[in-house]
Design a protein around this ligand. Structure first.
Ligand SMILES: Cc1cc2nc3c(=O)[nH]c(=O)nc-3n(C[C@H](O)[C@H](O)[C@H](O)COP(=O)(O)OP(=O)(O)OC[C@H]3O[C@@H](n4cnc5c(N)ncnc54)[C@H](O)[C@@H]3O)c2cc1C
Length: 459
């Protein structure tokens, strides 16, 4: 390891390799319930070439290597389960190009959400990207690669769908480009070429290191508003989503249904955000949204409610900090959620499963959903804040998360950014031919098995 340490110092500079106990401590854990796992080294490259050389060393020596962005995924995916190198990409945070006309930005993968948001505000005020509600230090690379979602997901789907192309360092050290940028100086699209992006999205860093990517940009409207629709019955929510999304004027739609054990009645709140170029357009959109759910207003099973000023402010902000505040309700620095991608018609069943889990483990469950695409599916989440200093609290959250993953799979959903044990649960449900195809792809890309081993592990 001493020789490798020196070699890595040569590649990235002495300041950017570490085996200090304090740093290894930090990089061995995240805010979630997964147990810590210590790396041997942390390396912070500054360029694609430095990533390439580091990967070549790891590949030659058979050392595990775990790519990391903001480390905020919560499900322990950046803990090095088999030791080795954590490759922290935060120094690779340059915004390389903004194409105003074709509306995309090319960034290094370690660029944070907050940096791109601030840069666009300052230099391209008419444009924005879709922002997740994660803390702003979450990276573009980390979020796109886990199929994240955010403030424009009702308009445009998963963040992975808003990615026009990528540059990737393969586990064997070659640098490849995916999408139009493999042929042209423009990063405008992944179509019409064979779409190789799927070899790297959803794989939790087990197939390569993405070093650059292009994300789509959208108009940043000067006028914005959000409305809250309340229904008595969770069973009505799918139709409310279907109707409201169907008028195609919203940018983001979320549903909140927090549950506390022992509480009998909850009212799901459906929040829709929309923007416009003029006040008249905003009013027109507001009316369209209202009329889309007229049926429920007339039969008095639902209606719009005004938001209290503090909530209204949070609703119009990106990121919306409501979830971050909820994450810290136990004041113990622990939070993890199961996000599960499923059809919107499963909303009531998913909610009912969450109530059962909450009562069974006596734990507060911050449930809700973000609608993806025009109601094409949703990310239904079960969120559990816990106190990291209280082992029984951590254990309750861990059990509730496991039960939530199982419930989502039983209903027909797919856990998102699944932690290693949940990946195993998913693989049990998977069609056997798909399973063996995934295994072959992984072996072909990473013959020495160095990339984030312990994740998407197949027998
Ligand atoms: C309060 C809170 C709210 C959240 N809200 C949202 C939300 O609204 N929407 C949402 O999508 N997420 C949300 N999240 C989840 C998560 O924080 C984000 O998805 C975040 O963007 C993940 O990015 P990251 O840079 O932290 O990724 P990391 O945690 O660093 O990495 C995630 C995975 O990607 C891999 N990876 C990272 N970078 C690379 C790379 N360059 N090449 C190859 N593999 C790589 C890692 O190995 C890991 O497997 C939330 C989290 C919190 C704490």
């Amino acid at each position: 390891m001493e020789k490798i340490y020196r070699e890595l110092e040569e590649i990235v500079g002495a300041q950017y390799v570490s085996n200090h106990a304090e740093e290894l401590f930090i990089y061995s854990r995240d805010m979630g319930t997964m147990l810590p796992s210590r790396p041997d080294l942390v390396v912070m490259p500054n360029s694609t070439e430095e990533v390439q050389k580091t990967v070549q060393v790891a590949n030659r020596e058979g050392i595990p290597i775990v790519p990391m962005g903001g480390g905020l995924v919560l499900s322990g995916l950046t803990r090095p389960l088999k030791g080795g190198i954590v490759l922290d990409l935060k120094r690779m945070n340059r915004i390389l190009e903004v194409n105003e006309i074709s509306r995309y930005a090319v960034v290094e993968a370690g660029t944070s959400q907050g940096m791109l948001q601030a840069y666009l505000k300052k230099h391209h005020p008419g444009l924005k990207h879709s922002i997740p509600d994660a803390p702003p230090t979450a990276t573009l690379g980390g979020n796109v690669l886990i199929h994240g979602s955010g403030h424009l997901s009702l308009t445009a789907g998963f963040h992975s769908e808003m990615c026009n192309g990528m540059e990737v360092v393969l586990p064997t050290g070659e640098i490849i480009r995916i999408g139009s940028c493999s042929i042209s100086p423009y990063w405008f699209s992944r179509a019409p070429l064979p779409d190789l992006a799927g070899l790297f999205m959803g794989w939790a860093g087990t197939t390569g290191v993405v070093t650059k990517l292009a994300v789509k940009l959208y108009p940043d409207h000067p006028f914005n508003d959000a409305r809250i629709f309340i229904t008595e019955d969770p069973a009505l929510v799918p139709d409310v989503i279907h109707r409201m999304s169907g008028v195609q004027v919203g940018e983001d739609m979320t549903v909140a249904v927090n549950y506390r054990p022992g509480r009998s009645q909850v009212f799901p709140l459906t929040i829709i955000n929309y923007g416009a170029e003029t006040k008249e357009e905003l009013t027109w959109k507001r009316n369209l949204i209202r009329e889309s759910v007229r049926k429920y207003i007339d039969d008095r099973t639902g209606g719009f409610v005004p938001a209290p000023p503090s909530r209204r402010q949070a609703m119009l902000q990106a990121p919306n900090t409501t979830l971050t505040q909820f994450a810290d309700t136990k004041r113990g620095g622990g939070f993890e959620y199961v996000g599960s991608i499923m059809p919107i018609e499963l909303f009531a069943e998913a909610y009912q499963a969450g109530v059962t889990i909450s009562n069974r483990f006596d734990i507060v469950n911050g449930m809700g959903a973000r609608v993806i695409g025009l109601g094409h599916c949703m990310m239904f989440f079960y969120g559990y804040p816990f106190n990291r200093a209280d082992e029984s609290d951590v254990e309750r959250a861990r059990n509730a998360l496991e039960a939530s993953n199982e419930a989502a799979l039983k209903l027909g959903g797919v856990p998102w950014k699944a932690e290693a044990p949940a990946q195993k649960q998913i693989l049990k449900y998977m069609d056997p031919n798909t399973y063996s195809f995934m295994k072959r792809i992984r072996a072909a890309l990473d013959p020495k098995g160095i990339m984030n081993p312990g994740n998407w592990e197949m027998d």
